[in-house]
Design a protein. Structure first.
Ligand code: FAD
Ligand code: SF4
Length: 660
């Protein structure tokens, strides 16, 4: 495509000025430095108005995540005062800025390194998702299998109520459920089908297929993820921990991978005294979930080049693995599963369990953020929620729900925060503790031949050779500039040469079965603080995952692999993989992201060491239940969504029996 400066744009519809003139100057200087004009891809960030686009995206967020970006901008700008001569970054000339950026990548000053890393992800995301840039590398977002000319089946119309249909109201129900994700949706279906009057309150917006089709993946990130995906743990290293915030919860934006909990894990939970969670007890619950959400192995025609490469490498090494089981019906391989499925193939909760629940009479509310649990006479009696304006996020009214049972399913970060804010369930002192997140690294490799690995299922092939050692690998390739790809290359090169080679890249993500060392606490009226420091044992597992990914890629014929370790930006042969294994790396050297929070209100056999009993009942508070990822007693070692769903179905069935 011929590109001219007349194509310049400044942002997206609905643009709002949210940065000060100073912050705009810093952002502009950073964009120009990271992505100057010329080189392998002609337009620079300044030519395309990337800074304006970033500001427009930030305009869609609430003030807290925006504040984080503003702090990173000012912080990074000021770090240059440590240079010679001392000067703020945005005041340096182009050459000095470039040198400062390069030195910052390997700086021993963590805030300097991490502020740059965070801002670089944002700049690359905005630049790469510009359709003019995407088309220069051949990305068109087309599915691998052509769509039926008659179009996809009609969209699912889910009856959801929100502002302005509801402003202030008092509602009475049998059960109120907080959150509509994997746990909340399955619970709503089970309880409503048992004949109970169920109300589901969800903070996020309702999602319709047309919202997904009409927006770029980067914009969907800012719409469907909490805080635009800018959620992190505090500790060493800082870990990105994105979560969904929508009707359907994180399942709307997840990759659709469905692993049953390994028998060894269920056996350990059972051995700890938790009744009816052994492999035989859980099998029927998993069967039922599989049926509702259409779990099946990725069909061969949508496995895509990324899955092919990983399969080839794993088979060459004789390692066990296979096409991933996913919740899909009619998948065409668009490869954008983590930004909402444009053809409703991925059977997220808003397309599977919630319509069933609604058909059985459950009432679903969007844009309603539960503020507190109502406690009357020592028992849970319902909740109080703020009704939010979907355009501004501002409070417009209040919803009081009275219920015989209150179910928390706000996810493993916000459920413990709700409990902690009101000092509930404190006797075991375990609320918010034992947080597991499955941290992992993305490892990218370059091949001679073009792969266009974005075509096909985003997460396609697994390698479980070392699952018993806590390392699971999954071939995962997101659209350009998003997800693993953004943080798993050592910069794009000043001439954007690495980015121009994106069609030649393949990528693997690792999942580590970590120790539950994280901790969640409530912060202010609705915020949270997530503390997590990677242990040395878990850091060793991450490094083993990177080394295994590199071995798979070299076995499949890769030219170069990017382990993203300080001083080791790339390796070029299988012999060099030993540098990954033998290096003296610290946890803070690792670039990590995590997608599976769990365990922060764990279930157990006795009130002494757990927050809920084996059926999700909060030990300390009658009529209060937790049915989400918080209850997992430990890491499940695999992607957790169907573990959460199967446990929620089992716990909700028990609750239905007790209320009927
Ligand atoms: C990018 C990504 C990819 C993933 N891929 C996979 C995968 O392929 N396979 C897999 O098994 N798992 C995957 N996961 C994880 C999986 O989706 C989650 O483990 C699962 O959805 C958690 O279920 P939950 O019910 O605990 O919480 P969620 O599904 O997160 O639902 C919680 C809901 O509660 C709402 N909420 C929070 N606070 C309040 C409040 N105060 N009032 C009202 N509502 C509130 C939230 O907005 C949210 O919608 C992925 C996660 C991410 C982020
Ligand atoms: S599930 Fe993912 S790969 Fe399949 S059609 Fe939807 S977005 Fe595309």
């Amino acid at each position: 495509m011929e590109w001219t400066t007349d194509d310049r744009v400044s942002g997206v519809p609905g643009e709002v000025a949210v940065l000060s003139a100073y912050e705009r100057r810093v952002l502009g200087a950073l964009c120009e430095t990271l992505l100057p004009p010329g080189g392998a891809i002609a337009p620079g960030a300044a030519d395309l108005g990337t800074a304006g686009y970033i500001e427009a995206l930030l305009g869609r967020l609430e003030s807290r995540p925006r504040w984080l970006v503003r702090a990173m901008l000012a912080g990074f700008d000021l770090t240059a005062l440590l240079g010679r001569p001392p000067e703020m970054f945005h005041r340096l000339d182009a050459e000095a800025r470039h040198r400062w950026v390069e030195a910052s990548r390997t700086s021993t000053l963590r805030p300097r390194r991490e502020a740059l890393a965070g801002l670089e992800v944002l700049v690359e995301l905005a630049y790469a998702s510009d359709p003019r840039v995407a088309s220069l590398i051949g990305y068109d977002g087309a599915p691998l299998v052509p769509l039926d000319p008659a179009g996809p089946p009609p969209p699912v119309e889910l009856p959801v109520i929100g502002y302005p249909e509801v402003v202030d109201a008092r509602i009475v129900a049998d059960v109120v459920i907080v959150g509509s994700g994997a746990g909340g949706a399955v619970a709503a279906d089970t309880l409503a089908r048992a004949g109970l009057d169920v109300v589901v309150l969800e903070e996020g917006p309702a999602v319709h297929r047309s919202d997904i089709v009409d927006h770029r993946p980067a914009e969907r990130l800012f719409e469907l993820y909490r805080d635009g995906g800018l959620t992190f743990t505090l500790g060493s290293p800082v870990i990105s921990l994105p979560m969904g915030r929508a009707v359907g919860g994180t399942t709307v934006v997840n990759s659709g991978t469905c692993f049953r909990t390994p028998d060894t894990v269920l056996g350990a939970w059972e051995a700890s005294g938790i009744t009816s969670v052994g492999p035989d007890d859980m099998a029927p619950w998993f069967d039922a979930v599989d049926e509702v959400i259409g779990v099946q192995p990725v069909p061969e025609e949508v496995l895509g080049a990324n899955g092919d490469v990983v399969r080839r490498g794993a088979e060459e090494l004789g390692w066990s693995g296979g096409p991933i089981r996913r919740n899909i019906r009619g998948c065409h391989g668009h490869g954008v599963c983590a930004f909402g499925c444009p053809v409703d193939a991925k059977q997220a909760m808003h397309l599977s369990y919630l319509p069933r629940a609604a058909a059985a009479g459950a009432r679903l509310f969007s844009g309603t953020r539960v503020r507190r649990i109502r406690i009357e006479g020592g028992r849970a009696a319902g909740v109080v929620a703020d009704v939010l304006d979907p355009e501004t996020g501002r409070r417009r009214g209040g919803l009081h729900v009275s219920a015989r049972a209150t179910v928390l399913a706000a996810g493993a970060i916000f459920t413990p925060a709700l409990l902690a804010r009101q000092h509930l369930a404190r006797s075991s002192r375990q609320v918010g503790r034992n947080l597991v997140i499955h941290p992992g690294a993305g490892t990218t490799a370059r091949f001679d031949e073009p792969l266009r690995a974005w075509r096909g299922t985003m997460q396609s092939y697994y390698v479980d050779e070392k699952l018993a050692g806590g390392v699971l690998l999954e071939a995962t390739f997101p659209p350009p500039g998003l997800g693993y790809s953004a943080g798993s290359l050592p910069g794009w090169g000043r001439d954007k040469s690495l980015f121009a080679l994106y069609p030649h890249m393949a990528s693997i993500g690792s999942i580590i079965g970590d120790a539950g060392v994280g901790r969640v606490g409530a912060l202010g009226r609705s915020g949270v603080a997530i503390r997590y420091s990677l242990t040395r044992d878990d850091a060793a597992k991450v490094l083993e995952g990177i080394a295994m990914a590199a071995e798979i890629f070299f076995a499949a014929g890769a030219v170069e692999v990017y382990p993203m370790l300080p001083g080791l930006p790339s390796i070029r042969s299988v012999a060099e993989v030993r540098y990954v294994r033998e290096g003296r790396w610290r946890p803070s050297d690792l670039h990590l992201s995590a997608y599976h929070p769990m365990g922060s209100a764990r279930m157990g056999a006795s009130p002494a060491g757990s927050v809920v009993d084996p059926h999700g009942r909060v030990w300390d508070v009658p009529d209060l239940f937790v049915f989400d990822g918080s209850v997992l007693p430990s890491s499940c070692h695999v992607n957790p969504q169907i573990t959460i769903m199967a446990l929620a179905a089992r716990m909700a069935a028990r609750l239905a029996d007790s209320l009927s």
